[in-house]
Write a protein that binds this ligand. Structure first.
Ligand code: SAM
Length: 249
């Protein structure tokens, strides 16, 4: 959809909506993250790897201020342009820089989000360490990463890795260990998209693209959420969601 139309819809408060992603995975994933955010409304938040800012604006509706950062300057140019039409709904700004180059003050943020980004970053340990430094004591980080544990086919995995520039796939236990070693208090690590339906749709996404169509997307998201609710929580997943806290002292 054209940017001018999107900006007009933003002024009316109709855009962004999570359903504009065209992917049922994004809709369910976003819901899982928001559910865990337990917003107070006065937070200073950060969204790492924000793309063109769609999720940043949606998170931003619940906090006092949110900054989205991304290394892709054309995404950030779009996000900044959208932000001018969205000041009535969210207080958001954007930076086109890797996190560790920005140099935020220590103990600065109450909440950090990152949606499917850390698996694309070469120096992910440096980035997570920087997150810990700039989080206030007691602040939380909520992020998702790819695991693709449900995909056995090595050729398909390689196709996904190459197409989406994945540096590494994560695992629940090793991610929890890494966060703990760094000094985070791990509150939760949860595999997402564990169901057979999720596996089938994800395989379709790898082969045909993750645009499932705007109308079909919403009903697929409902089916996905229902299938997840019926699948054991400790089953292997396609994504992994982590929630961790900076200890108070
Ligand atoms: C798979 S996309 C996810 C975008 C968005 N969060 C979403 O879920 O739709 C990964 C994003 O991470 C960004 N990215 C990659 N490396 C990064 C880094 N070191 N710092 C910040 N963003 C990065 C990419 O430019 C891209 O926008």
């Amino acid at each position: 959809m054209k940017k001018t139309v999107l900006k007009f819809l933003m002024k009316l408060g109709l855009y962004p909506h999570i359903r504009f992603t065209y992917s049922p995975f994004k809709i369910v994933e976003f819901g899982e993250m928001v559910e865990r955010a337990k917003f107070r409304g006065d937070e200073r938040a950060l969204d790492i790897g924000c793309g063109d800012g769609l999720q940043t604006f949606l998170f931003g509706q619940h906090v006092d201020h949110i900054t989205g950062i991304d290394v892709n300057s054309s995404f950030i140019a779009d996000a900044r342009s959208y932000a001018t039409s969205y000041t009535h709904k969210a207080n958001a700004d954007f930076e086109d820089s890797p996190l560790e180059k920005i140099g935020y003050p220590a103990n600065h943020f109450d909440l950090i989000f990152s949606v499917c980004v850390i698996e694309h970053i070469d120096n992910h340990e440096e980035v997570l360490r920087e997150c810990l430094r700039i989080m206030k004591p007691g602040a939380r980080i909520i992020f998702t990463v790819d695991t693709l544990e449900t995909i056995d086919d090595k050729a398909l995995l390689e196709k996904h890795r190459a197409a989406h520039h994945v540096v590494r796939y994560f695992r629940k236990d090793t991610l929890a260990e890494l966060l703990t070693e760094m000094g985070f208090e791990v509150l939760e690590t949860q595999n997402l998209f564990r169901s057979e339906l999720a596996r089938k749709l994800f395989v379709q996404g790898i082969n045909e693209g993750f645009n499932f169509g705007r109308l079909r997307c919403t009903s697929l998201a409902r089916e996905l959420a229902a299938a997840e609710a019926e699948t054991a929580l400790d089953a292997p997943g396609t994504f992994l969601l982590a929630v961790a806290r900076k200890p108070e002292s």
